[in-house]
Ligand binder design. Sequence first.
Ligand code: AMP
Ligand code: MG
Length: 295
Amino acid sequence: MGALRAGRLIILPTETVYGLGGDASNADAVAAIFAAKGRPAFNPLISHVADLAAAERIAVFDERARVLAQAFWPGPLTLVLPVTPDTPVCDLARAGLETVAVRCPAHPLARAVLAGFGGPVAAPSANRSGRPSPTTYADAMEETGEAVAASLDGGPCEVGLESTVVALLDQPRLLRPGSVTREQIEAVIGTLAEAQADAKRSPGRLARHYSPKAPVRLNVSRPEPGEAYLAFGPGEHRWNLSPAGDLRQAAARLFAYLREADRTDPSAIAVAPIPNEGLGEAINDRLKRAAGYVG
Ligand code: AMP
Ligand code: MG
C-alpha cells in the first residue's frame, strides 16, 4: 500500500492473471505502467477497486451495470461505463476517453491491497506489451519485476485468462470474451451486441496480441516433428491443456503452457482444436490473437 501511495508500481495477483498495478489517480504512476509494459499509450487501463461503493465513485452505474456487478463481483468481469464528473481516474489511465473500465477482483490478496489503498488501482496484465499474460508469480517477475517496488506471490492464477470486458454505453457489448461467458451475461441482461471494429478503443482486440516468439498454429490434430504441441483431451502429452477436456482447466493452463512451450524454441507451437462453447470462446479468442489472426 505504501508503494502505491508513493506512486510506485506493484505486481499483484488476481484470479485472472498477474497485474502490474499503480495508483490510477496518479498520472506519473500510470505513465510508469505504460513504460514498463512498452505499451502504446492509447490503450486504456482497467481500474481495480475493492467493492461496488468504490466503483461508483469512479463510474456511473445504471441498472444493468448494478445487476451485472451484483451477479459477478467480486470476479473476472470488467465493465466499461461513463465516468463520474469527479472521477479520480486520471486521463492517461482512460486514454483520454470519457469512459472508464472498472473491475472488482476476487483474489484475496488483491482485495486486501485494494481495500487498504482505498482508491482505484490501474492494473493491466504484468507482461510486456504483446506477450502472453503472466499466470504465475515467476512469469510476472520475469516480465516486469524490474519495474516494481513491491510484489505479491499469490500462487498460480485460478482463471488464467484476462477478464471479460462488457461495455454498457449504448446497448451492452462484449468487448473481450473471458471466463464469465457470453451465455452467463446474457442470462442476466439479455443479448450482447458484438464489439464494434474499433481496436483503438479496446486493444485486447488487436489482431496480434498475447504472442509467444514461436509461430502458433491452431486446430492441429497431428503436430509436425519439431513442433511443440498443446493438446486438449485424452492422451499423453508434455503439455496437455486438459486431459479430461475441461475448459476451465485449459484456460488456467493456457498462458503458462504457451510460455513453457516457447522456451523450448520449437519450429512452431501447434494447438489442438478447442470447442468454441462457453469458456472456449475466450480461449479461442486468445489463441487466434497469439497466432496473429484477425479476431
Ligand atoms: P488489460 O489491461 O491488458 O487487461 O486490457 C484492458 C482491456 O479493457 C482492453 O481490452 C481495453 O481496451 C479495455 N478497456 C479499458 N478501458 C476501456 C474503455 N474506456 N473503453 C473501452 N475499452 C476499455
Ligand atoms: Mg494485457
